[in-house]
Design a protein. Structure first.
Length: 217
């Protein structure tokens, strides 16, 4: 299986690349950073998702849109327009395509975090459904929308005991997901799944739905 994963140099993207490689796939990773994976079936593309003119021609069966930033000054350009650029280039009109998986965020459902970040991820909810309609009937498109994930990007709160305890108070499962857990979801949605499409899967340990029922005893 031929797979393209953006943002593959670290975090969820790297975990996804390793997960697919371990299952025999041929993986192309796209990032502005150098490769962090050494494998004969891994091929690294250094490119910015904002610049489709730099994309090499490549036919893939599974596209994983993972590249993303937070409070960068161009969250919408990278997180939203970047996903659109990559998807329009590699998925739309591709007869070999089997699935597109978009890595969104729980912020798209709750509106939390930085304004431009939340807006960029919110746009992906609608774009997922747009793509699903256009790649059917031969392919699916869904988004995986994680809550907290233990990546380098989240180190400012992971390394602060006070902030971390506050976050855990809001999280029913009392932990965050690992990048490897999210990679399992990506593989399931992109490979195992053949019938679900146009869906936005919130995977946040129950944080968004946490509530206290208040009633007289």
């Amino acid at each position: 299986m031929k797979v393209l994963i953006t943002g593959s140099a670290h975090g969820i993207g790297r975990a996804c690349a390793e997960f697919f490689l371990n299952r025999g796939s041929e993986v192309w990773g796209m990032d502005i950073l150098p490769p962090s994976i050494e494998d004969e079936r891994y091929h690294h593309i250094i490119a910015d998702v904002r610049n489709p003119e730099d994309f090499p021609e490549l036919s893939v069966e599974v596209l994983v849109n993972n590249a993303g930033v937070q409070e960068s000054g161009d969250d919408i350009g990278i997180n939203l327009k970047g996903v659109i650029n990559v998807t329009e280039h590699y998925a739309i009109g591709n007869p070999d395509l089997k699935s597109v998986v978009i890595i969104g965020s729980a912020s798209a459902h709750t509106g939390s975090e930085f304004p431009e970040y939340a807006a960029s991820k919110g746009g992906l909810l609608a774009y997922t459904k747009n793509v699903a309609g256009r790649v059917a009937p031969h392919a699916t498109c869904n988004s995986i929308d994680p809550g907290g994930v233990t990546t380098e990007l989240n180190s400012p709160v992971m390394n602060d005991p006070v902030l971390w305890n506050q976050i855990m108070e809001l999280t029913p499962l009392k932990r965050w997901a690992s990048p490897e857990e999210i990679a399992e979801w990506v593989y399931f949605v992109g490979v195992t799944n053949r019938f679900m499409t146009g869906q936005n899967l919130l995977i946040d340990g129950g944080e968004a739905g946490a509530s206290n029922f208040i009633w007289p005893e």
